[in-house]
Each structure stands twice: as C-alpha cells, then as structure tokens.
Write a protein that binds this ligand. Structure first.
Ligand code: UDP
Length: 329
C-alpha cells in the first residue's frame, strides 16, 4: 500500500511507521513539522527501512495538495495533533485549529484525490466522565475538555464524510493511555516537556526531576487517585496495522484501544518504584483541570473483529521499557 503518515516523527506515529517498515511491503511517506516530533526518530527509522520524509505543516494546504496529487495514497494514518489535556483547557483554539481544522484539510484532500482509507488517532478523552466502569465504543461521548472535543469533532467529520462518499472508509482508534518504548530500544517518547504520568515518573526515578506530583487524591476511586488503562506503545502501534487490514474487507468502524485494566496514579507510582528500586519523592497536589476520574477500555470489538493480539499487557514491562528509553535520552 502507499501510505501517508502524518506526525510520523512523533511518539505513536514513529512506532507505527516502524511496524509498517518491518512488514516491508508498503511505500511510506511521512510528513511532520517537527514541532513535537523528532528528527532523531526519523533517523532511527532509516535503519528499519526506506521511506520518504517531508517536513511540512498541515496548515500548508498548497504543499499538501501537491503531495496528494503526486502520490496517489491508498491510506492515510493521521497522528499529527496536540495531546495535552491541561494545555487544551488553557489554549483551546490551538487544539481546535490543529486537531480539528487541519484534520478537515486532510480529509478534504482525501476526497479530492480519491484516498479510500483513513485511520484516525482519536482518544478516550472523547468519552468525558463515563458512567460505566469500562467504556465501550457505544458509550456516549461527552468530552470534558477541549482536547476531547477537538478529536470528537474530527470523528464526526469522518463519519459524515464516509456517509456521503461510499468510496471513503475510516477506522477511528480511541486510544487509552499509551506509554513505554519499543522493546528493541530503537524508539521511545522524545516529546519535550512531557506531562504524561509514566514519562514523568521515569524522569523522577532518574533524577531529571527532584520530585513528582499526584494531581488529586479526592476522586471517587479506590484510593482517591485517577484510574487509567495504560497500554504499551507497540501493542497500540500494531492496532493500526490491524485496522488497515480490517478496512481492506470491511466497512468503517470505531475501536477502543486499551487492555481493559485500570491502574490508579498511586499504583503506577508504586510499580515505578518497584521496577526501578528507587524510592523517589512524590507530593500531593490539587486536581489538574480536565482530568476525568476513571477511563478503562472495553476493547472487545478490536479483539474480536480484527487480528489484533496484544503481547505486552503488563504495567511493569511498560514502565521498564519507558525507563530504559529515558535512561538513554
Ligand atoms: N498525573 C499525575 N502526575 C503527573 C502526571 C499525571 O498525577 O505528573 C495523573 C493525571 O492527573 C491523570 C493520570 O495521571 O489522572 C494520567 O495522566 P496523563 O497526563 O498521563 O494522561 P491523560 O489521561 O491526561 O491523557
């Protein structure tokens, strides 16, 4: 397949690019403006296989148009986006512009140039504060922050576009909390000033931060801290390959991507201490704006309808790979 990956120099995009290059049967073009993605990831990917890298922003529609015109892509996997819940509550327009408006530019080009398949990075944040302990794809979506809303709007655009154009199919992947690094040590999270829990914990283990905070211990959960479903990056990456294969013979669909196990912030920190043997400093802090109490995936649909088989469903494996990567960073 001729595949365009947007945001392929980023954390998730680069791991998906690696998995596709390892299949050794696709023509890959990666675009990234390197505002969050890293040149290092692109260089690392060169050791896996050949691909084309174009440094450009999704805002440059004229350039994108040229790229679409000359490539005739079979599929787009769209990662390029901003992902920080708290920042989205402070700078909502930044999120709507990049996550919604730029996605619309891409979808428009797909229609103009007859691209048939669109795999979209969506998020559990589109569910908001779900009532159910485990969230299925049909759980109602009531996002509680601009990040979740910016992604949900793009989901709507995809659904409406596919309904109007029978030649256009989407797979929407709603990610839960992705963490860790590739087990061969080639790729990991290079994102500068990362705010995600496991990344912050590994930086604290290594003394890159003197302490870390738990944002709120008065949630209605077993120990008062927020619960999330942490999935290893390689299992998440492989879900995209499964989704592409699914789209070959099936119509559009939406898939939660998580393991279905929830860990509280305190449990993650305990596991990080155990894995590392370092008793790092943790302090309590107020709740962070935009955080729902609990998000756990029901991923039965992905498991039953596609060929996805997770292999790293183990919090300690996730933390260990993140720590090994952070140690080299
Ligand atoms: N969190 C925390 N301390 C940190 C980073 C995150 O207590 O330094 C909490 C955060 O409030 C949330 C959970 O960890 O409840 C997961 O946050 P993260 O930013 O990793 O992912 P999100 O669920 O926001 O996408």
């Amino acid at each position: 397949m001729k595949i365009l990956i947007t945001g392929g120099a980023g954390y998730i995009g680069s791991h998906v690019a690696k998995a596709l290059l390892e299949e050794n049967k696709h023509e890959l073009t990666i675009i990234d403006n390197l505002c969050k993605g890293s040149q290092k990831a692109i260089e690392a990917l060169r050791s896996v296989g050949e691909f084309e890298f174009i440094e450009t922003s999704l805002e440059d529609v004229a350039r994108l148009d040229e790229i679409f015109k000359t490539h005739k892509f079979d599929a787009i996997i769209h990662f390029a986006a901003f992902i920080e819940v708290f920042e989205s509550t402070q700078k909502p327009l930044k999120y709507y512009l990049n996550n919604t408006s730029n996605a619309i530019n891409l979808i428009t080009l797909c229609n103009k140039y007859g691209v048939k398949n669109f795999v979209f990075s969506s998020t559990a944040a589109t569910y908001g504060e779900p009532d159910e302990a485990q969230v299925s794809e049909s759980t109602s979506q009531n996002p509680i922050n601009a990040y979740g809303r910016s992604k949900l709007m793009t989901e709507w655009v995809l659904k409406d576009t596919a309904a109007a154009n029978r030649n256009f199919k989407y797979a929407i992947l709603r990610y839960f909390n992705v963490a860790g690094a590739s087990l061969d040590g080639l790729l990991g999270q290079n994102y500068p000033n990362a705010t995600h829990l496991i990344k912050v914990a590994t930086q604290t283990i290594l003394g890159k931060r003197d302490k870390m905070s738990i944002f709120g211990d008065d949630y209605d959960t077993k120990d008062g801290t927020c619960i999330r479903d942490y999935i290893h990056i390689e299992d998440l990456a492989n879900a995209h390959l499964s989704a592409l294969r699914y789209l070959k013979d099936n119509d559009s669909n939406i898939f939660n991507v998580g393991y279905g196990t929830g860990y509280s912030v305190k449990e993650v920190i305990e596991a990080a201490k155990e894995v590392s043997g370092v008793d790092f400093k943790v302090e309590m802090a107020p709740r962070r704006d935009g955080d729902p109490a609990c998000l756990i995936a029901n991923s039965d649909r992905l498991r039953s309808l596609t060929d996805w088989k997770p292999v790293n469903d183990d919090l300690k494996v996730i933390i260990k790979s993140a720590l090994e990567w952070e140690n080299k960073a």
